[in-house]
Design a protein around this ligand. Structure first.
Ligand SMILES: [Zn+2]
Length: 446
């Protein structure tokens, strides 16, 4: 049994997560593409119904599975480059509305989950067989939920506390991202250029999981966690060398990430450049610390002045890395060149002099020609540079449970303990770092 945590966080218009055990990804990019049978269920309460049930019902198939570029399924297909597709679990593409025998008040997400699955069982639909991902969509008016979305991390469940008639990708994509095992992505400011001295400050703005909105896609550590990069695309660096990186997103071949040993942690380096629906506002080489190999809990390393991110209208490469070092593990990185869809990065391990590092053998990397300039940023408000206010409380609950015991754990923990009352001026930004840091602490204590 894995140690589990109850994660949480989020805010106004926000987004929350329940962490139910960190299970190392078994997926691998060389495996066959995954088709995830996904079931949106519209649920109502004895005392609360959708204000426009017909519109909600009409829009649900398109929101989840539509051909348009910003449907949930299209988004994950593009992000995974076809390796992970959400497919409808039933012909009608959704179920409901189903009235649950419970009041909306109290935001009891565990009970909503239990009663929804009971209602589905009565229709002959069983979790794990007929559907693998359950998305419970309910009217927000009387629930009192402090979040717009909630999800298991990783896991099969999402809760959508729906205002209006359809969820944006900013909420849906983010919650389904939690289901992939991705926590919230923080930013570590290491302003003297050395990774031994960093301070967590805000979020990365490089990921849908770090306040970047859907247009940021996700970062290299998250793609590695999901198993969406091949060994040739995410190169494990075992010796000093110079590497050529292509853009992280987009079609084509080449190295997309460097995965570098850094003491007990890993250092992941990527090159971001507009490609397809992603990274119109992100450019340059970026680096992340991956705590003890937990690729779902990475933090962006920012060596620049505070708050110079695309989130507050700085240039797209404002927080790009040019050089960094970690004196503790004797790792150094220098960016030789960066731009036009390609970057050259020199890596030194074991304290070797960077200037003596020579080119490493590498597959050819092609600049990405596929950029269309489209922007699917929707729903999630862009990071406005506001920092979380009021501090982050410790998670209120914590339970031992394997991934298979998710239901019991959820029912036991309930929803109210999983929320973080943080006001962020309407930015659908995640409470910075709370989940990731907490997981890291737990792991070290375990
Ligand atoms: Zn979240």
């Amino acid at each position: 049994m894995k140690k589990s945590t109850l994660g949480r966080a989020c805010l106004a218009g926000g987004i929350t997560a329940l962490a139910l055990g960190l299970v190392p990804s078994a997926a691998h990019a060389d495996d066959a593409p995954v088709e995830r049978k996904t079931l949106p269920v519209l649920v109502e309460f004895t005392d609360s119904s959708f204000q426009h049930p017909d519109k909600v019902a009409e829009g649900t198939p398109d929101t989840y599975f539509g051909d348009r570029k910003d449907s949930l399924a299209s988004y994950f297909s593009e992000l995974s480059r076809g390796r992970y597709t959400l497919v409808p679990a039933v012909d009608e593409q959704y179920i409901g509305p189903v009235e649950l025998p419970m009041s909306a008040a109290g935001c009891d997400n565990g009970r909503i989950n239990e009663l929804t699955r009971e209602a589905l069982a009565e229709k002959g639909l069983t979790m794990g067989e007929d559907y693998e991902s359950l998305s419970m969509v309910f009217p927000a008016q009387k629930t009192g939920c402090a979040w717009a979305g909630l999800a298991t991390v990783p896991g099969p469940y999402t809760w959508i506390n729906l205002y209006g008639t359809a969820s944006g990708l900013g909420v849906l994509g983010h919650e389904f991202g939690h289901n992939m095992g991705w926590g919230h992505q923080t930013r570590s400011m290491c302003t003297d250029g050395d990774l031994v001295d960093c301070e967590v400050n805000g979020t990365s703005a490089k990921s849908l999981m770090g306040g970047g909105g859907p247009g940021a896609g996700v970062s290299a550590p998250e793609l590695i966690r999901a198993g969406w990069l091949t060994d040739g695309e995410a190169v494990k660096v075992t010796g000093s060398g110079t590497f050529t990186l292509r853009s992280l997103h987009g079609e084509g071949s080449g190295v997309r990430a460097l995965d570098i040993p850094m003491g007990e942690d890993r250092l992941v380096v990527e090159y971001r450049h507009a490609a397809g629906s992603f990274d119109d506002r992100i450019e340059g080489v970026h680096a992340y610390r991956v705590p003890e190999g937990d690729y779902g809990s990475s933090t962006l390393i920012d060596l620049t002045e505070a708050n110079k991110t695309v989130g507050n209208d700085a240039p797209a490469d404002a927080d790009a890395v040019t050089a960094l070092k970690d004196t503790a593990s004797k790792v150094s990185v220098a960016v030789v060149s960066s731009g036009d869809g390609q970057a050259k990065v020199r890596v030194s391990l074991d304290g070797e002099d960077l200037s003596t590092v020579v080119d490493a053998p590498e597959p050819s990397a092609e600049p990405d020609p596929a950029h269309t300039g489209s922007d699917t940023n929707a729903g999630d408000a862009p990071l406005d540079g506001t920092q979380p206010q009021g501090g982050a409380e410790e998670p209120a609950a914590d339970a031992d449970a394997g991934a298979g015991a998710a239901d019991e754990n959820l029912a036991a923990t309930g929803g109210s303990s999983a929320t973080l009352p943080v006001a962020l001026g309407g930015a659908a930004l995640v409470a910075a770092g709370v989940t990731g840091l907490f997981l890291l602490r737990r792991r070290r204590n375990a």
